[in-house]
Design a protein around this ligand. Structure first.
Ligand SMILES: [Fe+2]
Length: 242
């Protein structure tokens, strides 16, 4: 397989969420990640009620404007668009209406939970998504409180077909000691399917660089390469068992 990494979670679209403010910062972020080995970066702006009221109809033009702004920039990765959906009733409604901003190819969608609780009955919803051919991908499980001490709460969700996505910066303590330890434990359990930067600004690039070194130390190069390159490509091409 192609050896470049694919970043399936970051916030380089300017002015749509808590990511970069200006196109120039988005370009600098993408160029920085390209230097670290990411040959493709999929923007995942937040869709979260009362905070970031984004929809496909507004994100697509914002993405196209960024592509235009970045047209002459050198050493850019390939760009694409998805979204990070907050897991609430609005998300389920969008899903039923075919209005989620799924990963390119439409085979998977990125979801985040609230920090303190795992939403009740979510495994049934994930099962429904799988039945409809869209695999759920959970952003940064290591940052949710019910997962800090043990992984048990994830098991019913994994049984329903959920894929876990590591936030690389968790490995270097970006979110504190407990998420760092949870990330190390989930890695040791072989629980992750993807590893991504969740970067929000160009200043995150050196942190991601350190985190990549840490990932290779902890996971070994074969597992790390799978999380960063092979598995993201499988998600994009739909080669994930449904
Ligand atoms: Fe994010």
């Amino acid at each position: 397989m192609d050896e470049g990494y694919v970043d399936m979670h970051l916030h380089y679209l300017p002015g749509v969420d808590d990511g970069v403010r200006e196109a120039s910062q988005g370009i600098a972020l993408c160029q920085g990640l390209r230097r670290l080995g990411f040959t493709k970066t999929v923007a995942t702006p937040h869709i979260r009620t009362a905070m970031f009221e984004n929809r496909r109809s507004t994100l697509r033009p914002a993405f196209e404007a960024f592509e235009t702004a970045a047209r002459d920039a050198e050493d850019m990765p390939e760009l694409d668009l998805a979204a990070e959906h907050f897991c609430d009733d609005v998300f389920w409604r969008l899903f039923q209406e075919g209005e989620t901003v799924a990963y390119p190819g439409g085979h998977a969608a990125l979801i985040e939970f609230p920090e303190a609780i795992i939403p009740l009955g979510v495994e049934q919803r994930f099962f429904e998504m799988r039945v409809q051919g869209v695999a759920p991908v959970l952003a940064h499980p290591e940052r949710y409180r019910p997962i800090f001490a043990k992984s048990d709460a994830l098991q019913p969700l994994l049984d329903a077909g959920l894929m876990l996505q590591l936030d690389l910066m968790s490995l270097v303590g970006r979110y504190g000691r407990r998420p760092r330890r949870a990330a190390e434990r989930l890695l040791a359990e072989d629980a992750y399917f993807l590893a991504c930067s969740d970067s929000h600004r160009p200043d995150d690039v050196p942190v991601v660089a350190t985190a990549l070194d840490r990932l290779f130390d902890l996971a070994g190069s074969e597992y790390a390469q799978r999380l960063l390159g092979d598995n993201p490509r499988r998600v994009l091409s739909g080669e994930v068992d449904l």
